[in-house]
Design a protein around this ligand. Structure first.
Ligand SMILES: [Fe+2]
Length: 466
């Protein structure tokens, strides 16, 4: 904003040092793909870079896209993109040097440092939608809940519908507002984004989160089903199918949950995309907590996780790998994951160490305890960390699996007073959840409070019927 530059710029007026409009247009299109969760943003920028190897912002875009995968298998490609950009640094403008510094932090394991560098770019260039996208999405990855909202708040008043991509800013803001429990504003911003662009999966996702957090299960099923054409074919479909399955799960519609798993989630993951396997594990573990027999599904999923058992790159992935290993009885893979993580925490100093040490490893061990029937030990591991789990990254809806595991373990450990307290807490946050009232009923039953148990069960039943 107000840079007074004389060179070229992207479609939002943000300065680009490379002097070829075709290359810049190609970058804009690749970024549009990324924002809309469609096509192949990296493939598209690769084509641009073939024709324009001196396009520094193109290399930086590619590297930035690869950061978000959180997988070791793309690490080499990410470093190569950064090095290609650094070799061109004499050509780069200040904004591009900021992106370069962020990417350098990232490849050195300083994810929080990278966010700060991208934030600094955004302060000078509030229409740098790439910087905003990276700050917001990395805040989600790292569990900076307030940052997810405030990174957008810092620039939001400067944007309006005349700036291309405004709907994406609305989508980011919607999600940030949802995670900070400002559900009414979140829904309004999300629906405004969808009024501009109905096929905007991130805004659909933000509204789905509002409906999930408010326990509007039937509304959530209707919302996602009625908009399937807008999300079921894009790159975000897997996670949105997972969200749809959560609504069915709360309503105890297990047949629909398994149908979604088998038709939409199970077949995926062939690309090796960890986000797909993560959603699959997150769903099967919830079914396990409900005592649903899922047959061979765990074994298939554990096969997909095994090659990355010792990656130690991202604790959030590791806990989902661990769910698969313990549930599929892959004791060697589970031990390999834990040993790798403990060794890594002793020697490394990158941003994932704290995530892994504080939440990742305790939760992994709690999962082993749960599987082996040591429910009391599972409770002891999870109680102290339950209010710090945001440090693991992901969303409240995703991390709820930890709190649900805790209350289920308390019930199975026959710690009914604790279970009742935890179940009450869940009802306070989401009183329209039949599953939450079922937990209350089970705790009361364990305590011998027959009339309370019947009342809670009646409430669950009436919510299911509604
Ligand atoms: Fe989500």
């Amino acid at each position: 904003m107000g840079q007074g530059h004389t060179g070229l710029s992207d479609r939002r007026g943000v300065p680009v040092s490379y002097r070829n409009q075709d290359a810049i247009d190609g970058l804009d299109e690749a970024q549009e793909d990324s924002l809309a969760f469609s096509g192949d943003p990296v493939g598209r920028i690769d084509k641009v870079l073939e024709a324009h190897p001196g396009f520094v912002m193109g290399h930086l875009f590619k590297g930035a896209m690869l950061t978000q995968a959180m997988e070791t298998r793309i690490y080499g490609e990410m470093v190569a993109a950064l090095e290609a950009a650094e070799a061109l640094s004499a050509e780069a403008n200040e904004r591009e040097k900021g992106h370069m510094a962020a990417l350098r932090c990232w490849v050195e394991g300083d994810f929080f440092g990278a966010v700060q560098k991208w934030e600094a770019v955004l302060v000078h260039h509030p229409f740098d939608l790439l910087a905003l996208q990276l700050v917001h999405l990395t805040d989600v990855l790292l569990g900076d809940v307030v940052g997810q909202r405030d990174s957008v708040a810092r620039v939001f008043p400067l944007w309006d519908e005349s700036v291309p991509g405004y709907e994406y800013v609305l989508g980011f803001y919607s999600f940030g507002l949802e995670e900070t429990r400002d559900f009414a504003d979140a829904e309004e911003h999300g629906r405004r984004a969808l009024a501009i662009r109905p096929g905007h999966p991130y805004a659909i996702h933000a509204v789905a989160h509002v409906l999930e957090m408010q326990g509007r299960q039937a509304g959530g099923i209707w919302f996602l089903n009625s908009r399937k054409d807008d999300w079921a074919y894009g790159n975000f479909r897997n996670h949105l199918w997972w969200h749809l399955s959560l609504f069915h799960l709360d309503l105890k519609q297990i047949d629909q949950v398994l149908a979604i798993y088998d038709q939409e989630l199970r077949g995926s993951g062939t690309s090796g995309d960890k986000y797909e396997e993560l959603d699959s594990a997150a769903l099967l573990w919830r079914l396990k907590l409900l005592d649903v027999d899922v047959g061979e599904r765990w074994s298939d999923l554990a096969d997909k996780w095994e090659p990355s058992a010792t990656d130690t790159l991202y604790a959030f992935n590791d806990v989902h790998a661990m769910m698969s290993f313990v549930a599929a009885n892959r004791k060697d893979a589970a031990e390999a994951l834990l040993t790798a993580n403990e060794r890594y925490c002793d020697h490394a100093s990158d941003a994932n160490v704290a995530m892994s040490r504080e939440i990742g490893i305790p939760f992994c061990r709690a999962l082993q305890d749960f599987q082996d029937g040591r429910y009391g030990a599972c409770v002891e591991r999870l109680l102290p960390v339950r209010y710090r789990t945001h440090r693991l990254g992901g969303s409240f809806a995703q991390r709820d699996v930890i709190a649900w595991t805790l209350v289920e373990a308390a019930l199975r450990a026959r710690q009914f007073e604790l279970a009742l307290a935890l179940a009450h807490e869940r009802c306070g946050v989401k009183p329209s959840s039949p599953q939450n009232w079922t937990l209350v009923a089970r705790a009361h039953k364990g305590l011998g409070n027959r009339s309370h148990a019947e009342r809670a069960q009646a409430r669950a039943t009436s919510l299911l019927a509604a």
